[in-house]
Design a protein around this ligand. Structure first.
Ligand SMILES: Nc1ncnc2c1ncn2[C@@H]1O[C@H](COP(=O)(O)OP(=O)(O)OP(=O)(O)O)[C@@H](O)[C@H]1O
Length: 306
């Protein structure tokens, strides 16, 4: 029977000398999920990805891809990766590179499919050194999916891309994910995780500190903002309304931070203050910042003063 989990980390730790980069990581990713790995600089994302790809061996614990060791899954062609430091060869065209990469696999994606998935229609005749940063990333993406991997791993694929290139890149990624493939990507752009992932895993200081759908993680901070037009009688008393924890006046608007927007809005209505209402949930970025601020984000130094 097919093992339904694409990725399984059990009690995984890794250290570089005295720096414990990953500590006791447990993470299971079922097939077909798109998972964003978020965390501040030095959180352990790249180390986690390197262990997942079998490039680093854990000091403790086990990593399995499709029920097998990472190296076995890679050899079987089940894994495609786009890593931060990959460089493209100069002097050949996009079409020549794709033909070469496709030749490495027994059952590659047809070229037109690859070109469509990676948005390369207008670039096939272009030499690789003439591509912009965003275009190069899409070619690397095409190279990563050429062998139809069941699991696609992307380490900060949109670093240094402009907004439009990032948008194009995620559209390409979502097309591949929609075909039932599993995708794990790391990013520093929290809004990309919100838009493109089914699930967000946050690590800090080498430890998993949050794991859930973007909506669940947004809700975990529990706060909402209720905006109204500044009352004609002034803003006195707004901070005493039910569930309100802070009041901020910006121009002719009053913004109330609340733990219970329903209770706050009902009280505003009861006081005749409900004019020009807006209600916002917390953004994923707010939740992410609250979570990482609350955790010890420094990696553990073993046997040394911190
Ligand atoms: N080759 C190395 N030698 C020593 N320490 C390392 C090495 N690579 C990473 N580290 C340390 O391990 C910890 C985790 O690093 P890692 O690169 O996995 O984090 P990251 O979340 O990918 O960071 P970033 O977002 O900056 O890429 C950090 O404290 C880092 O300084």
């Amino acid at each position: 029977m097919q093992n339904t989990d694409a990725v399984r980390f059990r009690g995984v730790s890794f250290r570089y000398g005295q720096v414990r980069a990953v500590s006791g990581l447990d993470l299971t990713i079922p097939c077909g999920q798109t998972v964003a790995l978020l965390g501040p600089n030095g959180a352990g994302k790249s180390t986690t990805i390197a262990m997942l790809l079998g490039l680093l061996a854990p000091a403790a614990g086990t990593v399995e891809l499709f029920g097998a060791a990472p190296a076995a899954a890679s050899t079987a062609g089940k894994v495609g990766a786009m890593l931060q430091e990959t460089q493209l060869l100069p002097r050949i065209t996009v079409a020549e590179l794709l033909a070469f990469i496709r030749g490495l696999y027994p059952d590659p994606l047809p070229t037109d499919e690859l070109v469509r998935l990676a948005d390369l229609d207008e670039l096939t005749g272009r030499r690789l050194e003439r591509l912009s940063g965003g275009q190069s990333q899409r070619v690397k993406f095409a190279a990563a999916i050429a062998g139809r991997p069941d699991l696609l791993v992307l380490d900060e694929p949109t670093a240094a891309m402009d907004v439009e290139s990032r948008h194009d890149f995620w559209r390409a990624m979502r097309r591949y994910a929609r075909d039932g493939h599993t995708v794990l990507f790391s990013t520093h752009y929290v809004e990309e995780a919100d838009e493109s992932a089914d699930r967000v895993v946050v690590i800090a200081g080498g430890r998993l500190i949050a794991d859930g759908t973007p909506a669940a993680i947004r809700r975990s901070v529990g706060t909402h903002t209720v905006g109204i037009a500044v009352p004609v009688d002034g803003t006195g008393g707004l901070d005493r309304l039910p569930a309100v924890t802070a009041v901020e006046i910006r121009g002719d608007r009053a913004y109330l931070t609340t733990d219970d927007p329903d209770a706050t809005v009902l009280a505003l209505a009861g006081s005749g203050l409900l004019h020009d209402l807006e209600v916002h949930g917390a953004r994923l970025e707010d939740a992410y910042l609250a979570l990482t601020a609350a955790s010890d984000t420094e990696p553990i130094l073993e046997g040394a003063a911190r």
